[in-house]
Design a protein around this ligand. Structure first.
Ligand SMILES: C=CC1=C(C)c2cc3[nH]c(cc4nc(cc5[nH]c(cc1n2)c(C)c5CCC(=O)O)C(CCC(=O)O)=C4C)c(C)c3C=C
Ligand SMILES: [Fe+2]
Length: 458
């Protein structure tokens, strides 16, 4: 990790533009880090390269981690060129009635509940069950922040701000929003892209770090749309897969932290407490999700930036918002807060780090639940860094990321093959049906399994 950071810093200093171009292939049904079968090699910023499957059935999209700044001449878009930027986000329920169907969409996502292939046909019944049981608790949380998620409004504002920033930098582009689990859904954005006759498309997830469960899931949905829709064979596409290393983002985060620190009576004594949204441990350890590595890298870049400004505070990282009975990334935010209180930490500044808008988990989980826990645990001075939202230095950096991604946009050159052999194999199908029914019976009809499920998963 240190070596990688050093290498990155050296690259920054020498001004070399390091783009990690990844070619995504549109192969059916992978759910691991190579879920979209990047070929031939995956490059993670701070990890050894991981080899992934090569595929002859390849429709490639240029895909990269956005890192350093590069001057790109975009003084005039060619007349025939119509540039679009597609922002990817999670989406959130706008009213309390939306909560259960929103949760259904979330749990029906095979990148959120990763069932073995044989049991995939249980995905929707399971999603229905979990969403129904979880809805009352979630509704309470959404009710406490005004009856719905602010995500759509904030993302629309970010889209508008990005359009203006691009315009100021000389690039005319239409900016679209595609939410994964609520309106405006990806399909709605695709409809607008086609209506506007976009010929070049930059895909920008609004998650700084990549996870299979977030950017990965949205990109997978796009891949299946692109595979089916002939329109996209004519569009040059570039995917910015992650951008947590960008200087503008790191500086913007450091600005916000510095500003909040200055509100404490003894700023130098404050513990900077990064709280990231968790993912199940198996995503990282079994499926190769780069999320934890990217998170750690991101935090060390922010701390380096703060040190360069002579802000020398202690810091720590923990993971919040776990759901269900499996192990998630540790340490857990609630446990760390209690431990810090026990160790005598008096002042805590919480920094939400995996997301760039205010949302249920900042406004309810951090501002209400964790604040209450911290005060109960003996922490007397509490602060929280706001999400970046439309902070102008941040939006300007996103605009630079878009401009830098444009030259690497490439057209999809896909053969269209949809099903892999396993899906076509009748024996496999019958076996899935049999084992799936067995699991369904066990989970839904056995009273003990049901109680365990209810107590642990919800
Ligand atoms: C980087 C951010 C996020 C990761 C990683 C992530 C993974 C993940 N989330 C769930 C389950 C839920 N997430 C929920 C809401 C939610 N999640 C994120 C971000 C990440 N999720 C955001 C921004 C939001 C809030 C949207 C909003 O309405 O403001 C919810 C619903 C809320 C609740 O009931 O708690 C669930 C459930 C899993 C299982 C997962 C990884 C597998
Ligand atoms: Fe989540």
């Amino acid at each position: 990790m240190e070596a990688a950071n050093l290498a990155l810093q050296q690259l920054n200093i020498s001004g070399v533009h390091q783009q990690r171009i990844r070619k995504y292939s549109l192969l059916h049904g992978r759910r691991d880090a190579s879920f979209c079968n990047m070929t031939p090699t995956l490059y993670y910023p701070d990890k050894k390269s991981r080899r992934v499957n090569k595929s002859s059935d390849m429709a490639s999209i240029s895909c990269h981690a956005s890192t350093n700044k590069e001057i790109v001449n975009i003084s005039s878009n060619p007349v025939h060129e119509k540039v679009g930027v597609l922002l990817l986000n999670l989406g959130g329920p706008e009213t309390l009635d939306d909560v259960q169907p929103f949760l259904f969409n979330l749990f029906a996502d095979p990148d959120i509940i990763r069932l073995p292939r044989l049991f995939r046909f249980l995905q929707k019944p399971l999603a229905k069950l979990i969403s129904t049981f979880r809805a009352p608790k979630s509704k309470e949380a959404y009710a406490s922040i005004g009856g719905g998620s602010p995500l759509r409004k904030i993302t629309d504002e970010q889209a508008q701000a990005l359009k203006t920033a691009l315009e100021d930098k000389g690039l005319h582009a239409n900016v679209f929003v595609a939410m994964r689990y609520w309106h405006p859904f990806t399909e709605e954005a695709i409809h607008q892209i086609k209506r506007d006759d976009i010929t070049k498309l930059v895909i920008l997830p609004l998650y700084p770090q990549f996870s299979i469960s977030t950017s990965g899931s949205s990109i997978r949905v796009l891949q299946s749309i692109f595979r089916e829709d002939g329109y996209f064979t004519r569009v040059a596409i570039s995917v910015i897969e992650s951008w947590y290393q960008r200087e503008g983002y790191i500086r913007s985060m450091a600005d916000l932290i510095e500003k909040e620190l200055s509100k404490f009576s003894k700023p130098e004594e404050v513990m900077i407490f990064f709280s990231a949204h968790g993912v199940p441990l198996s995503y990282v350890e079994d499926a190769g999700d780069p999320y934890r590595d990217q998170m750690e890298d991101c935090i060390s870049l922010i701390m380096d930036e703060l040190k360069s400004r002579r802000v020398m505070n202690n810091h720590t990282l923990a993971y919040q918002s776990r759901v269900g009975p499996v192990q998630w990334l540790k340490p857990y935010t609630d446990e760390v807060i209690v431990e810090l209180g026990q160790k005598g930490v008096q002042s805590l500044l919480t920094v939400p780090i995996s997301f760039v808008s205010e949302h249920i988990e900042t406004l309810e989980e951090i501002d209400m639940e964790y604040k209450h826990l911290a005060l109960e645990s003996g922490i007397t001075n509490w602060g929280r860094v706001p999400a970046l939202g439309c902070t102008s230095s941040f939006i300007s950096d996103l605009a630079d990321a878009v401009i830098e991604a444009i030259p690497s946009a490439t057209a999809i050159s896909a053969e269209r093959s949809h099903l892999n052999h396993a899906d076509k194999d009748p024996l496999n199908y019958i076996l899935s049906l049999f084992l799936g029914s067995f699991l369904g019976f066990f989970l839904l009809l056995s009273p003990r399994a049901f109680t365990l499920f209810k107590n642990n998963l919800l």
